[in-house]
Ligand binder design. Structure first.
Ligand code: BG6
Length: 495
């Protein structure tokens, strides 16, 4: 099949995937690469080398990938000609990633492939250092090569510095692409367009007009066999330190002077640095930790966190967090950002709600004043869209000037329905191959985010913050509603 898309001309052509038989690779990365191929966004010469411990050969790897495509790509998106073309791009090498000698085989295998190589490390971060050192030993860290790192980058500031220092010995910052897959989501990208391409919002985007901001990332999934990892991490490290803080940065940052990677990342770091630490005497008013107990999910009874397979029944790890973040700068002083995220919630939902201040002088029926607060709802998943809650007059002569709340609604599936919304990893892989770092996290961002989270974790440990239980399949602990209401605000579903 001939490659025709002009964007594909920019792509580097060799991708080396460490951890190629792992869950992330088979469920997300290889299906995303297939989708890029289907969209004619992979250059004809692009080759992909999978690396993992298992003693597969090329044919067995292709077979495994083909099965994964049938499992993780929707049937209407499976095209046998593209599958065939995609599989032909693949090679495989069994490799002990910690064995320096074995890396010569990568060099040999790459042979006459395109010399610009992107190394994607879909492996535990504990071996990032070994991989980089070993790549350097066989001189595969040339300036044109890139390295993509999956999260988590450490479990606190210190451990993230160790990882960043080690990787940094062999690759410079311009070569390092740290993944936060939320940055690849289409609607997250749309935040930039919404904020900076629409002057009506740009001029209202500050504490004078915005009363508070709410960021909710509710997940239906529980621990899904990841108990060992998750119990050390908890929802604060697993979700807040990265995904929620990235969303907060995109909502709160100053307009970058240009759309290039460093202009955007400079502004995000400024927001992270302006986040206020939490104080021991007020932390329990600003933060709620929860853990799901036994409950119901999709009409079936579901075990609580402590009853999951392999659980430590004494665990105090949070599966839910709600907190108030304050940004100490001119734009946001006095406008709190409430973040909330939990596992085993009623439904999957990611949304950002901008709660505007009420009008200064209300001339309609006084009992309707509470209605008069516009809200901008940015729905990231599912059903991507944006809606602005506005007030209109109820129709009818008998209705006088009674008001009602109606949304001005933009549903991306309807407005651009013929265009499928790509998975976050498709965009991220495509950008990494093009060498565009805008959607990847810079070292100082990761570290500023850890610094803020570490301080909060230390403070909640010192203040013995309670852990509230919520039944699986619900909207989280009541305490989270009490927390926000104590500040005179409400979560969107209660507005
Ligand atoms: C990952 C977390 O980074 O993001 C998971 O490790 C979480 O625990 C996932 O479930 C959520 O991603 P998404 O795209 O499904 O919202």
């Amino acid at each position: 099949m001939q490659t025709t898309n002009p964007n594909s001309q920019n792509l580097s052509q060799s991708l080396v995937l460490f951890g190629a038989l792992g869950d992330l690779s088979l469920r997300k990365l290889l299906p995303s690469l297939y989708q890029l191929d289907r969209a004619e966004l992979l250059h004809q010469g692009t080759r992909i080398l999978g690396l993992a411990r298992k003693g597969h050969n090329d044919q067995e790897f292709m077979h495994t990938v083909e099965q994964a495509l049938h499992k993780f790509v929707s049937p209407e998106e499976l095209d046998s000609a593209v599958i065939k073309q995609f599989l032909q791009r693949l090679s495989y090498l069994p490799l002990d990633m910690t064995n320096a000698e074995a890396y010569r085989q990568i060099e040999t295998k790459l042979g006459d492939w395109c010399p610009i190589v992107t190394f994607y490390l879909a492996t535990p971060p504990g071996i990032f250092g070994d991989i980089c050192r070993n790549l350097s030993a066989v001189k595969l860290n040339t300036p044109s090569n890139r390295i993509v790192l999956e999260k988590p980058i450490g479990h606190d500031l210190e451990s993230s510095k160790v990882i960043n220092d080690t990787v940094g010995e062999f690759f410079n910052e311009q070569q390092i692409y740290r993944i936060d897959h939320y940055l690849g989501k289409e609607t997250v990208q749309n935040l930039l367009a919404l904020r900076f391409a629409n002057p009506i919002f740009a001029d209202l985007w500050n504490h004078d007009h915005i009363s508070y901001v709410e960021i909710t990332v509710a997940e239906e999934v529980g621990i899904e066999g990841r108990w060992g990892y998750f119990d050390d991490a908890g929802q604060m490290r697993d979700m807040v330190q990265n995904h929620l803080l990235q969303l907060l940065c995109l909502v709160a940052m100053e307009p970058p002077s240009r759309l290039d990677a460093d202009s955007i990342r400079n502004e995000k770091v400024r927001v992270l640095e302006a986040l206020q630490p939490m104080q021991p005497n007020t932390i329990n008013k600003h933060l709620v930790r929860g853990q799901y107990g036994d409950g119901h999910y999709q009409a079936k009874s579901t075990p609580g966190y402590l009853n999951e397979a392999d659980a430590n029944t004494e665990s105090q790890t949070e599966t839910y967090m709600a907190l108030r973040a304050d940004i100490a700068n001119w734009r946001w002083a006095g406008t709190p950002f409430y973040l909330r995220t939990g596992k085993r919630m009623r439904s999957k939902l990611t949304e950002i709600i901008i709660h505007f201040r009420p009008s200064r002088h209300f001339i309609f029926d006084a009992d309707q004043e509470a209605l008069a607060k516009n809200k901008l709802v940015i729905r990231l998943q599912p059903y991507e869209g944006i809606s602005l809650q506005t007030l209109t007059k109820e129709q009818g002569i008998d209705k006088g000037m009674r008001l009602r709340r109606d949304p001005l609604h933009l549903d991306f599936a309807q407005t651009q329905g013929h265009i499928r919304i790509p998975d976050a990893y498709e965009r991220l892989l495509s950008e990494a191959l093009k060498g565009n770092q805008s959607l990847f996290v810079r070292r100082d961002e990761v570290e500023a985010a850890w610094q803020w989270c570490d301080q909060i974790r230390a403070t909640w440990q010192q203040s013995a913050s309670p852990l509230h239980t919520y039944p699986a399949g619900t909207q989280g602990p009541h305490a989270a509603y009490d927390m926000i209401e104590a500040f005179g605000h409400r979560w969107y579903e209660h507005c």
